[in-house]
Unconditional design. Structure first.
Length: 275
C-alpha cells in the first residue's frame, strides 16, 4: 500500500486530520458547539462552488480549496457576529448560515455546465486518489498553524471554554478567542474536506472527542485520547478503504463510530465486571 504515491499522500493527510480535528473539536464539544463543523462544511461547499463557477465564467484556474477556505472563514466570523450582535442564539445563527451556504452552492453549481457540475462529487464525498501533493502541503501548513495557534492561546481557550463569564471578568478578550476558535474550525474543515468530503468532515470534529470523554478524567487527557481515537479511525479507515476499494471518508467515520461505541461499552460494562 505504501508503495503508491497517492496512498502516501493520503496517509500524511489522514495523520494531520487525526490531530487537528479532535484537537479543535475538543473545545467545540465542551462548549456545545459541535454542529458548527457541519455548518462550516456546508459553507465550504459554497466556497467550492464559487471556485468552480469563477473558473467556468472567466475560463481560468481558480482553486476551489482556496475559495472554500475564504468562504468558510468569512462564514465562521459571520456566525460569531450574528450571535454577538443579534438576539439569536448560536444554533439559530448556525442554521441560518448553513442553509444560506448550501443554497448558494447549489445555485452556483446549477449555473455551470454539466461536466463541471459532475466534478463536485469529489468535494462532496472526498477521494484518496485525487489528493495532489499541493493539497497535502496546504493541509500540513494549515495543521501546523492550527496547532501553533492553540498552543499559544491554550490557557485562555480553556478558561473561556469552561467559564466564559469568569474569563471576561478576568480581563480575557473573550470575543477575540471565540472568533479565533471558529476560524480555526473553518481551517480544519476545509483542510479535511480534501479527503473526507463535505458531507462527513464534521464527524471527525466530534466522534473521536465523544469517544475520549468516556475515559478522560481531565481536559488535557481528553484531548490526547481524542487524538489517539482520531488516528486509529483515520489509519484503520484508510487501510480498509484501500484494501476493499470502498469510500475513504465513510469508512473512517464508521471506524470512529465503532471506537466510540466500544469506549462507551467498556465504560458501561466495566463496573459490572468489577462487581
Amino acid at each position: 500500500m505504501l508503495g503508491y504515491p497517492f496512498m502516501q499522500r493520503a496517509l500524511v493527510a489522514g495523520v494531520c486530520i487525526g490531530i487537528v480535528a479532535p484537537l479543535v473539536g475538543s473545545f467545540l464539544v465542551h462548549r456545545q458547539l459541535a454542529m458548527i463543523g457541519d455548518t462550516l462544511a456546508h459553507t465550504a461547499f459554497a466556497g467550492v462552488a464559487v471556485g468552480i463557477f469563477l473558473s467556468n465564467l472567466f475560463e481560468t484556474n481558480v482553486s476551489p480549496y482556496l475559495t472554500a477556505l475564504v468562504v468558510a472563514v468569512l462564514s465562521a466570523l459571520l456566525i460569531q457576529v450574528l450571535s454577538e450582535y443579534t438576539d439569536v442564539y448560536n444554533d439559530v445563527s448556525m442554521a441560518v448560515v448553513l442553509a444560506g451556504g448550501f443554497a448558494v452552492g447549489t445555485v452556483l453549481i446549477s449555473l455551470t455546465s454539466g461536466g463541471i457540475a459532475v466534478s463536485i462529487n469529489q468535494y462532496l464525498f472526498g477521494s484518496l486518489s485525487t489528493l495532489t501533493r499541493g493539497e497535502v502541503e496546504i493541509l500540513v501548513g494549515l495543521s501546523v498553524l492550527v496547532v501553533a495557534a492553540i498552543a499559544v492561546s491554550y490557557r485562555q481557550l480553556v478558561y473561556v471554554t469552561f467559564d466564559e463569564s469568569a474569563a471576561r471578568i478576568a480581563g480575557i478578550d473573550v470575543r477575540l478567542l471565540n472568533r479565533l476558535l471558529v476560524v480555526l474550525t473553518a481551517m480544519v474543515v476545509v483542510g479535511a474536506m480534501q479527503m473526507m468530503g463535505v458531507i462527513l468532515v464534521a464527524a471527525m470534529l466530534v466522534v473521536p472527542v465523544a469517544a475520549a470523554t468516556q475515559f478522560a478524567r481531565s481536559f488535557k487527557r481528553s484531548i490526547v485520547l481524542a487524538i489517539v481515537a482520531g488516528q486509529v479511525a483515520v489509519l484503520t479507515g484508510t487501510t480498509l478503504s484501500y484494501a476493499y476499494g470502498i469510500a475513504a471518508g465513510g469508512t473512517i467515520v464508521l471506524v470512529a463510530i465503532g471506537v466510540y461505541l466500544g469506549a462507551a461499552a467498556v465504560t458501561r460494562l466495566g463496573p459490572v465486571r468489577m462487581r
